[in-house]
Design a binder for this molecule. Structure first.
Ligand SMILES: Nc1ncnc2c1ncn2[C@@H]1O[C@H](COP(=O)(O)OP(=O)(O)OP(=O)(O)O)[C@@H](O)[C@H]1O
Ligand SMILES: [Mg+2]
Length: 491
C-alpha cells in the first residue's frame, strides 16, 4: 500500500484531503501539522507521496520541500498553495515538487493530480522492477502496470528475440492482436510487414490460395497469378487470428510450413522458401478441441512453444484507470476535444463492473461518452444504456438527470462505505467488497434517499421535487428501507 503524508496546519483541510484520497485508492495516510513535524515523520517513515501546504508556522512548505527532497529524492511532493500565490508554486516545482494544487482545493483537481502522480510513481517503480520497454507505434502502446501485465511484457520481450511461433490466448478484447503487433515491432522481423489474416472469415475453399497464393488457371476463376499472405509477409510477421477456426486440411499444411519453412502455391509444383514469423491467436479452448478432433494436436504443440495468456480486464482492475485515461487522451487528440477524465461515480462503476468485453468494451464505452460530452469529465449519463443496465443503474434513476454528480467521498469502516456530503453535492458510494447487483442497487438507493433527505431537512415534498423522484415512489422506498424522514430535519 502506498504511504501518504498530508501536511497542513489546518486540520479541516487535512481531513478533506484525506477523504478525497480515500476515493482514489487504498492509501496509508498520515498527517503532520507543520513543516518541522513533517520532516520528523519523513525521517521516521518511508512515504511515497507528501502533500504539503506552503504557508505554515515554524518551517514553511518550501523549506520543508527542500529538506524532504534532500532526504529522499524519490518521494513525490505535491504542494498546496493559495490560488493567488502562483510564484510559490513555480518555486516549489523548480525545487523538485511534482506539481501543485491551488486552494481552495477542488476535489477533481486533487484526484487528477494525485492520479498523475501515481502513474509517475508506478512508472518509476516499473523501471525499477525492470519490466522491458517495448517499442510500439505512437497510439499503439500496451498499457499495463499490474503484475499480470508485467509478466506478459516479459514474455513478449523474450519471444521477440527468438524465432519460434507464438500462440496468444485470451478472451475477446483482451489485446491479442495488440500483443502480436508488439512482438513484431520488437523482433528482428520489425522491418518487414505485419500481415493479419482472420481464419474465421475465409471460406474453406479459398483458404489455401489465401495463405500460399495460386498460379494462373489453378482453379475456376483463377484468371491471374496471385501472391499469398506468406509471400506477402516475407521477412515480416504473419498474424493468424482465430487460428482455432482454421479448417483441418489447412492445419496440416500450416504445420508443414512451420516445420520445413517451405510451401507450394495452389496449382504449382514449385516449392517456395519462406522466412516469416508466425504469431497465432485464439480465444477457443484448443485443448478441448483436440479431444473432440477439431484441432490437430501436432499443430498445437508446434504453436504452443511459449504461449501468452492475456488476463481479462476483470482480473487486472488496477489497469482500468490508466486505460481509461489513455483512451480519453487518444479520442481527445483524434476528435480535437478536451475531456479531462471521468467522474468519481463513473470510476466506481468501472471498478465494480466485470468487463465481459474486456478492453475493447472499455474503449467503446469511452468512445460512446465522447459523443455526448465535449468538455469536463465524463458523467454517468453519457455511458451507454446497456452498460448502465448491467451496472444496476436504472434509466429512470434521478442520478441520470443530475448535472453534477460531485465526487464520491467515503470513509471506510469495516469495509462498508458510509456517505459524506461535501460542498452541498450529493454523494454516494458503492461497496467494492461485495459485487452483488441487487444489494448494491439497494445500498445506492438508500444512500441516495438519505442524502437527499438530509439536504432538504427531511421534508418529503421538497425531496421528491428536487431529487426528481415521484412522491409515491419516495414514500415506498422510505418505508422499504426503514428510513425515518424526521431524523434528517435540521441536520
Ligand atoms: N493493454 C492495452 N493497452 C491499450 N490498449 C489496448 C490494450 N489491450 C487492448 N487494447 C485495445 O483494445 C482493443 C481490442 O484489442 P485487440 O483487438 O488486440 O483484442 P483481441 O484480443 O484481438 O480481441 P478479439 O478477441 O475480439 O479479436 C484495441 O483497440 C486495442 O488497441
Ligand atoms: Mg483480435
Amino acid at each position: 500500500m502506498l504511504k501518504v503524508l498530508v501536511v497542513d496546519d489546518d486540520a479541516g483541510l487535512r481531513m478533506t484531503v484525506k477523504n478525497t484520497l480515500s476515493t482514489i485508492d487504498y492509501f496509508d495516510i498520515d498527517e503532520a501539522f507543520d513543516g518541522v513535524n513533517a520532516l520528523e515523520k519523513v525521517q521516521a517513515n518511508q512515504y511515497n507521496i507528501v502533500i504539503l501546504d506552503v504557508d505554515m508556522p515554524r518551517m514553511s512548505g518550501l523549506e520543508a520541500l527542500k529538506k524532504i527532497k534532500q532526504h529522499d529524492p524519490s518521494i513525490i511532493v505535491l504542494i498546496l498553495t493559495a490560488y493567488s500565490n502562483v510564484n510559490d508554486a513555480i518555486e516549489a516545482v523548480k525545487n523538485g515538487a511534482y506539481n501543485y494544487i491551488s486552494k481552495p482545493i477542488k476535489q477533481e483537481d486533487l484526484v487528477e493530480i494525485v492520479d498523475n502522480a501515481l502513474s509517475a510513481h508506478k512508472m518509476v517503480a516499473d523501471v525499477a522492477a525492470s519490466a522491458p520497454i517495448l517499442n510500439m507505434d505512437e497510439g499503439k502502446k500496451i498499457i499495463g502496470n499490474t503484475s499480470q501485465m508485467k509478466k506478459v511484457f516479459n514474455i513478449i520481450d523474450r519471444l521477440s528475440k527468438v524465432n519460434t511461433p507464438v500462440l496468444v490466448r485470451g478472451a475477446s478484447g483482451t489485446g491479442k492482436e495488440l500483443v502480436a503487433r508488439a512482438i513484431h515491432a520488437n523482433s528482428s522481423f520489425k522491418d518487414g510487414k505485419f500481415v493479419a489474416i482472420n481464419c474465421s472469415a475465409i471460406p474453406e475453399n479459398l483458404f489455401e490460395s489465401e495463405l500460399f497464393g495460386h498460379e494462373k488457371g489453378a482453379f475456376t476463376g483463377a484468371d491471374q497469378r496471385k501472391i499469398g499472405k506468406f509471400q506477402y509477409a516475407e521477412g515480416g510477421t504473419l498474424f493468424l487470428d482465430e487460428v482455432g477456426d482454421m479448417p483441418q486440411l489447412m492445419q496440416v499444411k500450416l504445420l508443414r510450413v512451420l516445420q520445413e519453412k517451405v510451401f507450394v502455391p495452389v496449382g504449382s509444383n514449385r516449392e517456395i522458401q519462406t522466412n516469416v514469423r508466425v504469431v497465432a491467436a485464439t480465444n477457443r479452448p484448443l485443448e478441448k478441441m483436440i479431444t473432440d478432433g477439431s484441432f490437430r494436436e501436432d499443430l498445437y504443440y508446434r504453436l504452443n512453444v511459449m504461449p501468452i495468456f492475456l488476463p481479462s480486464l476483470d482480473e487486472r482492475k488496477g489497469d482500468i484507470l490508466n486505460l481509461t485515461n489513455t483512451f480519453i487522451r487518444r479520442f481527445n487528440k483524434k476528435q480535437d476535444m478536451k475531456i479531462t477524465g471521468v467522474s468519481s461515480q463513473v470510476r466506481k462503476l468501472f471498478e465494480n463492473y466485470d468487463w465481459p468485453g474486456n478492453i475493447r468494451e472499455l474503449e467503446n464505452i469511452i468512445e460512446h461518452a465522447f459523443i455526448l460530452e465535449d468538455t469536463g469529465t465524463i458523467q454517468i449519463r453519457s455511458l451507454p444504456e446497456s452498460f448502465l443496465i448491467k451496472s444496476g443503474i436504472e434509466l429512470s434513476d434521478p442520478i441520470m438527470s443530475d448535472n453534477d454528480m460531485g465526487s464520491v467521498v467515503s470513509q471506510k469502516t469495516d469495509n462498508v462505505d458510509t456517505v459524506t456530503t461535501i460542498d452541498r453535492k450529493t454523494t454516494f458510494s458503492f461497496s467494492t467488497e461485495k459485487l452483488d447487483f441487487s444489494s448494491q442497487k439497494e445500498t445506492f438507493e438508500k444512500e441516495f434517499i438519505i442524502s437527499a433527505l438530509k439536504k432538504f431537512n427531511g421534508r418529503i415534498n421538497q425531496t421528491a421535487l428536487h431529487a426528481n423522484i415521484p412522491k409515491k415512489t419516495l414514500l415506498r422506498k422510505i418505508e422499504k428501507y426503514g428510513i425515518v424522514a424526521k431524523d434528517y430535519a435540521n441536520k
